[in-house]
Structure formats: C-alpha cells, structure tokens
Design a protein around this ligand. Structure first.
Ligand SMILES: NC(=O)c1ccc[n+]([C@@H]2O[C@H](COP(=O)([O-])OP(=O)(O)OC[C@H]3O[C@@H](n4cnc5c(N)ncnc54)[C@H](OP(=O)(O)O)[C@@H]3O)[C@@H](O)[C@H]2O)c1
Length: 245
C-alpha cells in the first residue's frame, strides 16, 4: 500500500466508539489498522465499511493487555502501511464491583485490559512515531462522579490519565502530542450491559444535555486531536460528556 500518506492504529475498533473512530479517521484520509480481541466478524465489518467508503483498512487480532500482541500490532501496521502517524488506544472493558467485595479477578482484568495495555501501547507508540505523531487514549468522565462499584474501572482509567501526562513529558522536543479523551456515558454495549432501562434513563439524564453521547461525537473529538487543528493540545484530558462531570 505505497500510496498511504498517513496511517493510524485504533485498538478495539470492532465495535462501539472504536469503530466510529476508525471510520472517522479513515474519512480524514488515514489508513487504519482495526484491532479487536475476539470479534473477527465485527472487525471485518469495520474494515468493509471503510473500504466501501473509499478508505484503506486492515483488521488485526490482538489482546492489548499482552506485550507480544501489542508488539505484533505495531509491526502489522508498519508492514501494511509502511508508516504510522496516529495511535488511538480505545480498547477497554467495564469492570464494576464494590471495593468491600474484594473481587481481585475483576480488578486484575480491568487493570490488564485498560491500564497495562496503555503502558504497553504508549511504549510502542513512543518508539514508533516520528515528528507530528499523535497518541490518544480513552479515559472516562466517570472519574468526575465516582459512582459506587466503579472502583476497578476508575482505578484503571485514573492510571491512564497519569500515563498521558508522564509520556507527554518524556516525549519533550519530539513534536508528538499525548492526550486522553474522557467520554461521558455513550450508547454502546459497554454502557448498556448489565443496566436496567431505568438505570440507563437516570444516567442519561445526569448531564445538562440530558442524553447519552454517540460514538460519532467521541470520534469527532479524537479526529480533532489527531488532525492539524489539535496540534497545540498536549498532555490534556478532553472531557466530552454533555456537561455530566
Ligand atoms: N461507552 C461509554 O459510555 C464509555 C464512557 C467512557 C469511556 N469509555 C471508553 O471508551 C472505550 C471504548 O468503549 P466502548 O463503549 O466502545 O466499548 P465496547 O462497545 O464494549 O467495545 C469494546 C472494544 O474493545 C475491544 N476489546 C476489549 N477487550 C480487548 C482486549 N483485551 N484487546 C483488544 N481489544 C479489546 C472489543 O473487541 P471485541 O469486539 O473483539 O471484543 C471492542 O472492539 C473504552 O476504553 C471505554 O472504557 C466508554
């Protein structure tokens, strides 16, 4: 694919917000590596949608919590596109349990998938990107409301925001930005799973805009950070949440 002028990796792009980010970046002219964990058919749907719209994309399986899989993702992007300009670490899991219950298995899963993965991906991105590179991670606006039972999830995303600020400092002088986008509640499987219609209605009404966000609205913020207009935004957490927190 020698005609690729800019290329991006989007983790967790088979569904939800990641899929919207992959499609949006493809419309902005990026060739996109569509990462997924287990849903190969959904990842292929993302790729097909991008290709149908005239873009370039390939799917790549990989567990973002595993070092060898993350290394493979970056190698696959370089091999497919010959370059890498933007890395969006979107893959994540929701993990809810009261702290007093002490569910270590759940805690460790949230930390591995949401935070360990960020450490691994940031490391690879720091080595792979050149001048003008952009690194964007997904945090969450739930850090501003601290609902009971969100401990494992919030702990993992607080770590993500910490790593954003440290990596921005470590990349001093290289003209690479590192930011996070922290969505409020967005209508995806991650949000809907395990919630009653009443809970969904109540949470949707918390923001002054009184509705859930859409994956496309989050993708627009990521595209801003990944594009020329976002060039002076660095080491920030952009809270796109309808005013919820
Ligand atoms: N939805 C919200 O309300 C909301 C709010 C704030 C922040 N966020 C954050 O936004 C991001 C995307 O959330 P979403 O709502 O779009 O979630 P989603 O609909 O559940 O999609 C999750 C995506 O992550 C992938 N994934 C999960 N575990 C993975 C792993 N170990 N390795 C690689 N990929 C993995 C899934 O791949 P498979 O399809 O293969 O399973 C899927 O593509 C997450 O970081 C989440 O924490 C979401």
């Amino acid at each position: 694919m020698s005609n690729v002028t800019k290329a991006a990796i989007v983790t967790g792009a088979s569904r939800g917000i990641g899929r919207a980010i992959a499609e949006r970046l493809a419309r902005e002219g990026f060739a996109v590596l569509v990462n997924y964990a287990g849903n190969a058919a959904s990842a292929q749907e993302t790729v097909a949608a991008i290709v149908q719209a005239g873009g370039t994309a390939v799917a790549q399986q990989g567990d973002v919590g595993k070092a060898e899989d993350v290394a493979h993702l970056f190698a696959a992007a370089k091999e497919a596109f010959g370059r890498l300009d933007v890395v969006v670490h979107n893959a994540g899991v929701m993990a809810l349990s009261p702290i007093a219950k002490g569910d270590l298995e759940l805690f460790d899963r949230a930390i591995a998938t949401n935070l360990r993965s960020t450490y691994l991906i940031f490391g690879q991105a720091a080595n792979a990107l050149g001048e003008g590179g952009r690194i964007i991670a997904l945090s969450s606006s739930v850090l501003g409301v601290n609902f009971p039972s969100y401990g494992p999830y919030i702990a993992s995303k607080a770590g993500v925001e910490g790593l954003v600020r440290v990596l921005a400092n470590e990349l001093r002088g290289r003209q690479i930005t590192v930011n996070a986008v922290a969505p409020g509640p967005v209508g995806t499987e991650l949000f809907f799973d395990g919630k009653t219609p009443e809970q969904i209605e109540r949470i949707a009404k918390l923001a002054p805009l009184e509705r859930l966000g859409t994956p496309e609205e989050i993708a627009a913020v990521v595209a801003f950070l990944a594009g020329p207009d976002g060039g002076w935004v660095n080491a920030q957490v952009l809270r796109a949440n309808g005013g919820y927190a």
